[in-house]
Design a protein around this ligand. Structure first.
Ligand code: FNR
Length: 379
C-alpha cells in the first residue's frame, strides 16, 4: 500500500482531491439554489465554520519504529464487522445533486462496503433504494411525524425492506434558520424532491385529500416537522421496533445518558452539519464529554465537518467508534454520480489509512492510545 498516494498521480482526468476543490467544482456545475441548500449552514454559519475549526485545534504526536505494514481499518457495529470506520450520513433529496440520487449512493455504499443511512425525505422510495443494492448495509433515518401513524409506517416499511437500524434525528423538530435558501428562494421540499419516499407511504398518501402535487407539498410540510417529539415517543418507538435505534443529533452528555437509560442502542454526535441551530458547539468539541459519559456502553458515531481522512483519525482518536460523512459524498454525487461518490469515499479512506500508519498505530482501536493534543489559543 505504499502507493496510496502515487496511484492518484497518473494520466487520468483529475478529480477534485480535497473538500475545497470539490465544493468549487460543484458550485460551477449545479444551479445556485441546490448548491446553496447543500453547502450552507444555518444563521451566520458560525457552527458550520466551527465544525472545521474544531478539527484544526487538534494535533497528533506520532510514535515511530513500530511495524505499521499491516493496518486494520475495520470496526464493529451491532455485531457486524465493516471494513472501514465510515458511514454515509443521511442526506435528503439526492436528486438535487444527480438524477440517480440515492440509487447511485447506495450502489457506491454496496461497492465499498460502507453502511448507508437513508433519509426519510429521499427522492426515491426506501423500497427502491433497498432493491438497488441488496448487499449493502442499510439503516433508515426517521423524521418523526406529529401524525405518529406515519412515523411508525415509515419504520415498519424500513424493517420490511431489510434496513438494519433506525436512526431517529432529534435536532430537526423544525427547520433551522437557513438564510441562503431565503436568499435563493429555494425549497427542495416544495419542488417535490422528497416525493419518492413519501408518496410510496400508504399512511401518508391516505392522509391527503387527493393525489395532486399541491396536496403532497402541504402533506409533507405538515408531517416532516414534529415539534412535539419527546422521550415518550422515543420509548414507544423502541418498544415497537425490532431494530436497533440510534438517536442522531445528541450534543449534551446528559442526553447521551438519557438515551442509554431509555435503552437506545447508539448515538450520533452531530449538529446536522451546522444546518440547524447556529451557535451550537462543534460536533468534535462535544465528543470527548459524551465518550466519557457513554464509556463504551453503546456505539458513539460522529458527524459534521469530517472532510478528510485526518479528520476521521482525530475523531476516532478522541473516542468515536465511527464517523459519518455528509457533504463530501453529495459533492461527489453531483460531479459524477456513483463513481464520484466512490472516488470521494476512497480518497477519505486512503488518507485515513496512510495517516493511521504515520501516526504510529495499526488499527482503529489502536488510535485511542495515540497522543492527541489540543492547541492553546487557536479557535
Ligand atoms: C443533511 N443532513 C440530514 N440529516 C438527517 O438526519 N436527515 C436528512 O434528511 C438530512 N438531510 C441533509 C441534506 C443535506 C444537503 C445535508 C448537507 C445534510 C445532515 C447530515 O446527516 C449530517 O449530519 C451532516 O451533513 C454532517 O455534516 P457534514 O459532513 O456535511 O459537514
Amino acid at each position: 500500500d505504499g502507493d496510496l498516494l502515487l496511484k492518484n498521480i497518473n494520466a487520468q482526468a483529475p478529480f477534485p482531491i480535497c473538500f475545497t476543490d470539490l465544493e468549487k467544482a460543484v458550485a460551477e456545475k449545479i444551479e445556485t439554489g441546490p448548491f446553496g441548500y447543500i453547502r450552507s449552514g444555518a444563521g451566520g454559519e458560525q457552527t458550520l465554520h466551527n465544525n472545521r475549526a474544531a478539527f484544526e485545534k487538534y494535533s497528533i504526536i506520532p510514535r515511530f519504529l513500530h511495524d505499521v505494514s499491516n493496518i486494520d481499518t475495520s470496526i464493529e457495529l451491532f455485531g457486524k464487522t465493516h471494513p472501514t470506520p465510515f458511514l454515509f450520513a443521511p442526506v435528503g433529496m439526492n436528486r438535487m445533486a444527480h438524477d440517480e440520487g440515492e440509487l447511485a449512493v447506495v450502489r457506491a455504499a454496496e461497492q465499498l462496503k460502507i453502511p448507508y443511512i437513508q433519509s426519510t425525505v429521499s427522492s426515491y422510495a426506501l423500497e427502491d433504494v433497498a432493491q438497488a443494492a441488496p448487499a449493502a448495509t442499510k439503516w433508515f433515518q426517521l423524521y418523526w411525524s406529529t401524525n405518529e401513524d406515519i412515523a411508525y409506517s415509515m419504520a415498519d416499511r424500513a424493517e420490511a425492506a431489510g434496513f438494519e437500524a433506525i436512526v431517529l434525528t432529534v435536532d430537526t423538530v423544525m427547520l433551522g434558520w437557513r438564510e441562503e435558501d431565503v436568499r435563493n428562494q429555494f425549497s427542495p421540499l416544495k419542488l417535490g424532491y422528497a416525493r419518492g419516499n413519501y408518496m410510496n407511504d400508504p399512511v401518508f398518501t391516505a392522509s391527503l385529500p387527493d393525489n395532486s402535487f399541491e396536496s403532497y407539498v402541504q402533506g409533507v410540510l405538515q408531517n416532516v416537522f414534529h415539534p412535539t417529539l419527546n422521550w415518550e415517543n422515543v420509548r414507544e418507538l423502541k418498544r415497537r421496533s425490532n431494530l436497533p435505534i440510534l438517536l442522531k443529533g445528541i450534543l449534551h452528555p446528559e442526553d447521551a445518558e438519557l438515551a442509554i437509560e431509555n435503552n437506545i442502542d447508539g448515538i450520533i454526535v452531530s449538529n446536522h452539519g451546522g444546518r440547524q441551530l447556529d451557535g451550537v458547539i462543534a460536533s468534535l468539541d462535544a465528543l470527548p464529554a459524551i465518550v466519557k459519559t457513554v464509556n463504551g456502553r453503546i456505539p458513539v458515531i460522529l458527524d459534521s465537518g469530517v472532510y478528510r481522512g485526518m479528520d476521521a483519525l482525530k475523531a476516532l482518536a478522541l473516542g468515536a467508534d465511527a464517523v459519518a460523512i455528509g457533504r463530501p459524498f453529495v459533492y461527489g454525487l453531483a460531479l459524477n454520480g456513483q463513481q464520484g461518490v466512490e472516488k470521494v469515499m476512497t480518497n477519505l479512506y486512503d488518507e485515513l489509512k496512510v495517516s493511521i500508519a504515520l501516526a504510529g498505530a495499526t488499527s482503529v482501536k489502536g488510535l485511542r492510545n495515540i497522543t492527541i493534543v489540543k492547541k492553546d489559543g487557536v479557535d
